[in-house]
Design a protein around this ligand. Structure first.
Ligand code: TXD
Length: 308
């Protein structure tokens, strides 16, 4: 029997995640959305693509949660995306309501599921999902770090004219403009980035990475990025279902790690069949730690607003 992954929110990121999951034959996919007919139509269209690429997965869609029953993983992308000029935090109140409803419904039909959250503001929504679902912190993980790191990797690869496969970058912290690209831990084929790039070029890449989401929002004008976010979610889903013990940056609940408590925040984690198997703690310099805590402060403030 195939694994089952349900995606709540069949908009740009939700349907693109379904596309990657089906194309890679990772799981049967269920799309749920409030818009009538849309998840059904997208699912049917994707299902009809499978004979051409010879992949045996079921893709279905609907507006009711009973079709998600028994999911191994629930991906939550439901919510509003940013418009030009908006920060991710501007989405807080509206998306919190959507997350509450989606999580309550999803956990009822899939009590054993692991949740992968994408909705913004990401760290806060991952925290909220955990609280509403009432599950252990190991079972909720928010996607941001793979995407932010991939953006930085793409920029470094272009700058140096090397394969993206040779570039390893680690962007941690909250998924906002205060995110923390760790240049000291990033490298090209083992050579630290700080040795290979002039300081001003490295700073420019860090800055472009921080504003990477906004750059795309500004270009698209309606909606935000979806190809790269969706493949990042797909990598997490695959790591969990295949029990890969893959270490990736992702937003998880912290209970003292990095000196931070009671928030979801982007750190390196090991993903396997149980969800978050381990939180990896880098040894950070005082400066890096200060940047980490600055970023965490913003997330904490939003959590406080939400819980009032
Ligand atoms: O890396 C990341 N974490 C992100 C996050 C990268 C890209 C997008 N990011 C955020 O994900 C973005 O800021 C939004 O908060 C979400 C979804 O972005 P997407 O681009 O997929 O937005 P769409 O295309 O508007 O799709 C959202 C869908 C849409 O079809 C709505 O009808 C649906 O969500 N929706 C709902 N579905 C189910 N249940 C409820 N209540 C609901 N409300 C809206």
């Amino acid at each position: 029997m195939n694994y089952k992954v349900s995606i709540i929110g069949a908009g740009m990121t939700g349907s693109t995640t379904a596309h990657w999951l089906a194309e890679k034959e990772i799981a049967d996919v269920v799309l749920v959305d409030v818009v009538e007919g849309m998840p059904q139509g997208k699912a049917l269209d994707l299902l009809e693509a499978m004979p051409v690429i010879g992949k045996d997965v079921m893709v279905s869609g609907g507006n009711e949660y009973h079709i998600t029953a028994g999911s191994d993983i629930v991906v939550i992308t439901a919510g509003l995306p940013r418009k030009p000029g908006m920060s991710r935090d501007d989405l807080l109140a509206a998306n919190a309501e959507i997350i509450r409803e989606a999580t309550k419904n999803a956990i009822q039909h899939s009590p054993e599921a692991i949740f992968v959250v994408l909705t913004n503001p990401l760290d806060v929504m991952a925290y909220l999902t955990m609280k509403v679902a009432g599950v252990s912190p190991q079972r909720v993980v928010g996607q941001a770090g793979i995407l932010d790191s991939a953006r930085m990797r793409a920029f470094v690869a272009m700058e140096l004219g090397v394969s993206v496969e040779n570039v390893h970058c680690y962007v941690l912290g909250g998924h906002g403009d205060e995110m923390v690209p760790l240049t000291r831990h990033s490298n090209v084929a083992g050579i630290p980035l700080e040795e290979i790039l002039p300081k001003d070029r490295l700073e420019a890449i860090v800055e472009r990475t921080r504003k990477g989401g906004g750059e795309i929002v500004g270009l698209l004008k309606t909606g935000s990025a979806y190809y790269a976010p969706a493949i990042a979610v797909t990598q997490m889903v695959e790591a969990i279902l295949k029990d890969k013990h893959l270490i990736v940056p992702a937003a998880v609940y912290l209970n003292g790690e990095y000196g931070l408590k009671d928030l979801s925040f982007g750190v390196p984690v090991q993903l396997g069949r149980g969800g978050v198997e381990k939180i990896i703690e880098y040894r950070l310099t005082d400066e890096e730690m200060a940047a980490f805590h600055r970023s965490a402060q913003g997330v904490k403030e939003n959590i406080a607003k939400l819980m009032l």
